[in-house]
Design a protein around this ligand. Structure first.
Ligand code: B16
Ligand code: MG
Length: 213
């Protein structure tokens, strides 16, 4: 019986996945490192430094740890500029209907995001007081596909993993949910993931209220 729903943030509740792409693309172009949307798909749900490691697979020269830290910081500065423009209009279709339906049924809701920018994003889109718990990249040491962020969210909610459903757009996030002993609904880029317990094109098409019945 599902007692709690843990939402991924980027690509599930808000359109920030494109902001990540544009910020990484700007940094990669400056460094003359090939980077496109297909490589970007591998970065979904993956931490900032792990994302950089994937991008650097295409680099033609080695970078020192200090240079890597500088590149990640530069990308984050570009990203923070972009998310500074977010408004509640950037909440993805169907998200608020589902959040409100779950709350009306007494289902606990949480955020489980790899992003260290989670607090600022939630504030920009007006959802900083909406969730019963927020677990994000600032509180964990292992990012998805490790289940740490979702297990933390469940603990903060006071729920057992088996009582939780995770909503994810990343294959790494589906794997993390299942490894944590939770059910997973794949949407967006994870909507075809055969491992997901449930699949839907997006939140507007998902009958989450039925899934948690
Ligand atoms: P930041 P999610 C993830 O958020 C993104 O999908 C991923 O692309 C990003 O690298 C990661 O957050 C870290 O983000 O650089 O802001 O700390 O999908 O888990 O909500
Ligand atoms: Mg995501």
């Amino acid at each position: 019986m599902i007692q709690a729903v843990i939402f991924d943030l980027d690509g599930v509740l808000v359109t920030t996945d494109d902001c990540h792409y544009r910020a990484w693309k700007r940094m990669a172009d400056e460094e003359h490192i090939p980077f496109d949307r297909s490589i970007n798909e591998r970065l979904r749900g993956v931490s900032r430094m792990d994302s950089l490691a994937i991008i650097l697979e295409k680099a033609t020269k080695p970078y020192t740890e200090a240079e890597k830290a500088g590149m990640a910081a530069r990308k984050n500065a570009y990203y923070v500029d972009l998310i500074g423009l977010l408004t509640p209009k950037d909440i993805l279709p169907g998200a608020m209907d589902i959040v409100n339906a779950l709350k009306a049924r007494g289902i606990r809701i949480a955020i489980g995001s790899s992003s260290r920018n989670t607090p600022i994003i939630l504030q920009r889109i007006g959802l900083d007081k909406t969730f019963d718990a927020v677990a994000d990249g600032n509180q964990i040491t292992h990012s998805k596909p490790d289940p740490e962020v979702f297990l933390l969210a469940a603990r903060l909610l006071g729920c057992e993993p088996a009582e939780c459903l995770v909503v994810e757009d990343a294959d790494a996030g589906i794997e993390a949910a299942l490894r944590g002993g939770m059910k997973a609904l794949g949407v967006g880029s994870a909507s075809k993931n055969p491992l997901a317990t449930y699949r839907a094109e997006n939140l507007a098409a998902a009958n989450l209220a039925e899934i948690v019945q």
